[in-house]
Design a protein around this ligand. Structure first.
Ligand SMILES: CC(C)(COP(=O)(O)OP(=O)(O)OC[C@H]1O[C@@H](n2cnc3c(N)ncnc32)[C@H](O)[C@@H]1OP(=O)(O)O)[C@@H](O)C(=O)NCCC(=O)NCCS
Length: 280
């Protein structure tokens, strides 16, 4: 008998760890599971006592939701379990009053792309996840913004190109949502907005512990100016690396490579943001 259950991370953490390990011993979720389960609503598809599929829905506020961590037991993939789970997450989202759901999917993950497309998600944006490194170059220096201070001039990165913004992460990396200028005030209050001459970025230091990594949302400046400034900031903040979702095109990927940014070791080079609007 197959059923969908919401699980309690506090009670089911060990079982979840075993489930993930059995599906994929190298699953990145295992690294930071404790932090990962703290946010969001966790669902499993069960068959009798056995768990066969798992996924998470995260209410981001502003009627926006984030879907992540979908996993089906390796030997049970391609049998519709992922579809059943995603339908369950959509129904949970409706019950919470969420109006827009998003998820990121690598271009090489055909099964996941088909699954989300079948459930009404559409690709809206191509991104690439890139890693940068600290450097002690003489770049323009970035400093924390003061209350009420705004970047000088228009923003040029993700929010400007499509109205989508990295909302800055919880434990599992950037989540993307609708751009809203009040995010700048929130980041300033949280000490995450950094400004320099013609440059701006939101930064969360110590987003990941090993290696010490800061999460970055570029906002203003050319890659040629902003990337070295971020390397210098990482160096000053004692970070061993930084990481960001960046806009993706063939030309931009060449620029990122020339500036020493590297693709993420686990994720593919082209990542698509999928969106499901106005849930009925
Ligand atoms: C992605 C995943 C959750 C999908 O679950 P699933 O139970 O296999 O999904 P379903 O059977 O409901 O359907 C998947 C769709 O992909 C297709 N598919 C399955 N395996 C495929 C493969 N190797 N290549 C291409 N398409 C594939 C299925 O035919 C189906 O397409 P259809 O709707 O046109 O019939 C599952 O494969 C999985 O756990 N993968 C590993 C973890 C992962 O990648 N998670 C997603 C992160 S975004």
């Amino acid at each position: 008998m197959r059923a969908l259950h919401r699980i309690e991370p506090e009670l089911d953490r060990d079982r979840l760890r075993d489930f993930l390990r059995a599906s994929d011993p190298d699953d990145y979720l295992l690294e930071e599971l404790d932090a990962w389960v703290r946010e969001g609503r966790l669902w499993v598809v069960t068959e009798g006592e056995a768990w066969v599929a798992f996924g998470r829905l995260h209410d981001l506020g502003r009627a926006e939701g984030w879907v992540s961590g979908l996993r089906v037991r390796a030997e049970r993939r391609g049998q519709g379990l992922g579809g059943q789970l995603l339908l369950g997450l959509l129904s949970d989202a409706r019950s919470l009053g969420l109006r827009e759901l998003r998820a990121v999917i690598e271009s090489t993950n055909a099964a996941s792309q088909r699954l989300f497309a079948r459930s009404g998600f559409r690709p809206v944006l191509e991104l690439t996840l890139r890693c940068g490194h600290p450097s002690s170059s003489r770049a323009v220096s970035l400093r924390p913004a003061q209350a009420g201070e705004r970047p000088d001039g228009a923003l040029g990165w993700l929010p400007a190109t499509d109205g989508i913004s990295d909302l800055m992460p919880g434990s599992d990396g950037g989540r993307l949502g609708r751009w809203d200028p009040s995010l700048l005030d929130r980041w300033t209050m949280e000490g995450k907005l950094y400004l320099g001459r013609g440059l701006a970025a939101a930064v969360q230091a110590d987003w990941w512990p090993r290696p010490r990594t800061m999460w970055v949302h570029p906002l203003q400046g050319t890659p040629e100016e902003l990337v070295p400034a971020l390397g210098a900031l990482a160096d000053r903040l004692g970070q061993e690396a930084w990481q960001a979702f960046l806009p993706s095109s063939d030309a931009l990927r060449q620029t990122y490579a020339a500036l020493g940014l590297t693709p993420h070791p686990f994720w593919g080079d082209r990542i698509h943001l999928y969106e499901h609007r106005v849930l009925r």
